[in-house]
Write a protein that binds this ligand. Structure first.
Ligand code: SF4
Ligand code: SF4
Ligand code: FES
Length: 824
């Protein structure tokens, strides 16, 4: 089969990749074939008939297979007697397509007239009005009048909650099944279905809780009418009132490209506010999808009334409002006295520019650059990560993906989706985890190990020592490209360091280290952890001791005191604490000086995602008066200490980063803003095709060139993994997408889906041994204290362990013995 096909559409000869549908081929030639049920990211079903066209196929001599020719020498074309659906017809050599004949336009009129027989036509009050495929295509191709009586229209309920986040207007649904197919085909959460027949056909959910999926918001983007709307945007604004601002999701290391739609409104006191979050196309990162966490919890924290609005300084043991001058004076005084005994603790919540300035200040003061993270290995991912020339969408037959110690959909949903797709395309997927996760559904090999033994199993894959039948070892050794994700399941700092080394070892041993398309990916807890490593920040083996040893501490974008009582106690011992924060966190309450900072929605900057792609975000709303970005706060503090730091713009800081950090040498703000054509061609001008996701006009980012491409090899002296305690019951930290973290916990929209209190998950037998039933209140005793938790049962949890979700109020840094019993 040839790779490309030449055909003629409306007299225009085009050459396109073989296998395309006629709809997609026409788009590449700039010819519009309207669709409703077809979506370029899903298999065609030919349900709505909106795409009917005339198709002619070249005739061949049955004996020779040669084309037959007309007298004038042109190839003889056989036209079908009926119109055909362009969404199900695949292009073929010599095909001829007509999309503008009378027959076609009559068919389009008929389809639209039929759809409108039962449509409420409430466009003036419909949320989709202005960006509705049915509205737009009716205007372009529909009949001017209807032969049907308005009074005979079917009536149906207009407010049917499909779940906590999505509302269905049954009258508006045109039964295209895009939402149902998205849920089953794309994200494998088949929780929607049609029920009833004919005119009564209706979309329904059958999961408990209803519409139980991390992906539900995407159905509102691809619904071609206003039948599906999100609870937060429903009746919120008209599309033409808003302007788009390009941004990046900050809630996990994928870095999905987003668009914030913003408008100024009276209800918000005349302020510019974000009205909704939509995906922005980046086929190398998130395609046109985002998860519900990014959509419904990505920015609400920035609008919280609890935001800090002015600096605070401690006086008489109380934090009181102060001027910037006073706060800067106090901070510089305290830091000056701590030269040589200083520690800066930052997190991957900060942008590269913030981290760079803080790193330079810390170096100038002779301090320690500490990273608030429980996963190690960022130095190795910088060497052997994916970066330039890599795209998960390229993986297929001959390639192997290993996912180890990660419940990928919970930790980084878009990576889960892209790994699933790669497996469906034919890549070999190996999932190594102590319990079943959704990723395993697509795995060719599922490897089990006891919590704490994750590095061992990876080393086994590398050195043929694992008991996985040799087939998995072979799939790794012989892979054209090898990608290894290592994540957060049961992982603490020491265990992840051993695991990261084991993964690097695997890449080196199998000859994949430094090869484009191959590499290791840390499933980091925060969006810019990779950037923080690149700017020189490192997790501390004993952060409490490091805090105690410092004479002064600057904490930026982290809340160690809120996360762990031991760190809170350590901060109490530090002589002088400066905090840069959005909120008065537990850590800020302990500070001597608190600087309020801008949220990422109010400023520009860059993040580096886990695939080593640097991506730029733009200000969506104006910066509130009196607040500064983190990089500017650091620069002001530096100025008082005689340390000159760039503060004019993040672009200027990136210039310095490029000069200082070798792997960033080619990164500029101009390059970050570059775009090129992406397929499928998603455009805002023709929403009928891809939905309301935004075309990317503000930058696809720059993939870094990992240092390991230059032939460097890592030290393969793997640090020993910590011994897992041998207690009867182990507390194992795990990550859930929905937690009560500082940012997500402030999303009112997502609130009904967030856990209401601390909970633990364990096997029913394990619970029964302790007299605990599902939903029981229990007491969990761990090193940090005893905590009240709700018990949830899950047969997939291994016996002998209690899974303790992070950011839910029970601090478990790494696997440790615990006790669980009935609450008194
Ligand atoms: S709700 Fe929307 S996407 Fe789903 S079948 Fe109806 S029209 Fe199609
Ligand atoms: S997958 Fe991650 S980056 Fe993407 S929208 Fe969800 S939380 Fe945000
Ligand atoms: S039948 Fe082709 S778009 Fe619906």
């Amino acid at each position: 089969m040839t790779d490309s096909v030449t055909l003629t559409i409306d007299g225009q000869q085009i050459t396109v990749p073989a296998g395309l549908t006629v709809v997609d081929a026409a788009r590449r030639a700039g010819i519009e074939i309207p669709v409703f049920c077809y979506h370029p990211k899903m298999e065609p079903v030919g349900m709505c008939r909106m795409c009917l066209v005339e198709i002619g196929r070249p005739m061949r001599d049955r004996a020779t297979g040669e084309f037959l020719h007309e007298e004038d020498g042109s190839i003889k074309i056989q036209w079908g007697r009926k119109l055909e659906t362009a969404c199900t017809a695949r292009v073929m050599e010599g095909m001829v397509v007509r999309t503008t004949t009378d027959k076609v336009s009559e068919a389009r009129k008929a389809v639209l007239e039929f759809l409108l027989t039962s449509h409420p036509l409430d466009c003036p009050i419909c949320d989709k009005g202005g960006e509705c495929s049915l509205q737009n295509l009716t205007m372009a191709y529909g009949p001017e009048t209807s032969r049907f009586y308005y009074e005979d229209k079917e009536r149906a309920p207009k407010h049917v909650p499909l779940g906590d986040l999505i509302i269905l207007d049954r009258e508006r649904c045109i039964k295209c099944s895009r939402c149902i197919r998205f849920q089953s085909e794309v994200v494998d959460d088949p929780v929607l279905t049609f029920y009833q027949r004919g005119h009564h056909t209706d979309v329904a959910t059958f999961s408990d809780p209803p519409f139980d999926s991390y992906w539900s918001g995407n159905t509102t983007d691809i619904c071609p009418v206003g039948a599906l709307t999100t609870v937060d945007f429903r009746f919120g604004a008209r599309p033409w009132e808003m302007r788009p601002a390009a941004s990046i999701c900050t809630l996990c290391p994928v870095g999905c490209n987003l668009t914030f739609d913003v408008r100024r409104e009276a209800a918000s006191g005349g302020k510019m506010v974000i009205k909704r979050v939509l995906p922005r196309q980046n086929e190398q990162v998130n395609e046109i999808w985002i998860c519900d966490k990014g959509r419904f919890a990505g920015y609400h924290f920035a609008e919280s009334a609890e935001r800090l609005t002015q600096p605070l300084v401690r006086k008489n043991d109380e934090l009181v409002p102060a001027s910037w001058d006073e706060a800067l004076r106090a901070a510089s005084h305290g830091l000056e006295a701590a030269r040589g005994k200083f520690l800066a603790l930052a997190s991957g919540r900060l942008s590269n520019e913030d981290l760079f300035n803080l790193a330079r200040l810390t170096d100038a003061l002779g301090g320690v650059k500490a990273l608030d993270s429980f996963i190690a290995g960022g130095d190795l991912t910088a060497q052997f990560g994916l970066g330039e020339g890599s795209n998960l969408a390229d993986l297929g037959p001959g390639d192997t993906i290993v996912v180890v110690a990660s419940d990928l959909e919970e930790e980084a949903p878009l990576w889960w989706l892209r790994v699933k797709q790669a497996a469906e395309r034919g890549a070999t997927l190996i999932v190594a985890n102590p319990r079943f996760t959704k990723t395993e559904r697509y795995a060719k090999f599922a490897l089990r190990y006891r919590y704490g033994r994750e590095a061992e199993i990876v080393l086994g894959l590398a050195d043929q020592g694992c008991n996985c039948g040799g087939e998995a070892v072979k799939a790794v050794a012989e892979a054209d490209r090898l990608v290894v994700f290592y994540g957060q399941e049961g992982i603490g700092l020491r265990a992840s360091r051993a695991l990261a080394h084991a993964v690097a070892h695997l890449l080196v041993k199998t000859g994949h280290a430094g090869k484009p398309g191959s590499g290791m990916v840390g499933v980091w807890p925060r969006a810019n952890d990779q950037g923080a490593w690149d700017m020189g920040f490192r997790p501390q083996d004993d952060l409490a001791a490091a805090l105690k040893a410092a004479k002064a501490v600057v904490v930026a974008g982290a809340d160690p005191a809120g996360d762990d009582p031991a760190l809170a106690a350590a901060l109490d011992e530090a002589d002088f604490v400066v905090v840069q924060e959005l909120f008065l966190t537990e850590t800020a309450r302990k500070a001597d000086v608190v600087f309020p900072v801008l949220a990422y929605t109010e400023r520009g900057g860059t993040y580096t995602n886990g695939e080593l792609r640097v991506q730029r975000f733009y200000p969506a709303v104006p910066a509130p008066a009196g607040l500064l970005a983190d990089f500017a706060v650091t620069a002001r503090v530096g100025e008082r200490l005689g340390v000159v730091l760039e503060a004019r713009s993040p672009a200027a800081i990136m210039h310095q980063i490029a000069e200082t950090v070798p792997t960033y040498a080619s990164v500029t703000y101009e390059k970050l803003a570059e775009v090129r054509e992406q397929y499928p061609l998603i455009r805002r001008t023709d929403l009928y095709y891809g939905g309301t996701a935004y075309e990317n006009t503000r930058g696809l980012g720059v993939a870094l060139k990992p240092a390991g491409r230059e032939g460097e090899t890592p030290s393969l002296e793997a640090p020993a993994a910590p011994e897992a305690p041998s207690a009867a019951l182990l507390a194992v930290p795990v990550t859930r997408l929905y937690d009560r973290g500082a940012l997500v916990g402030r999303s009112g929209t997502l609130e009904p889906r967030l856990p209401q209190g601390a909970f633990v998950v364990l096997h029913p037998e394990e619970a029964a041994r302790r007299g605990l039933a599902d939903g029981a209140q229990a007491a969990l005793k761990v090193a940090a204290g005893t905590y009240a938790v709700t018990v949830r049962l899950d047969r997939q949890a291994p016996e002998g362990v209690v899974l303790v979700p992070r950011s839910m109020g029970v601090p478990v840094a790494e696997i440790a013995s615990c006790e669980l019993g009935t609450a008194n």
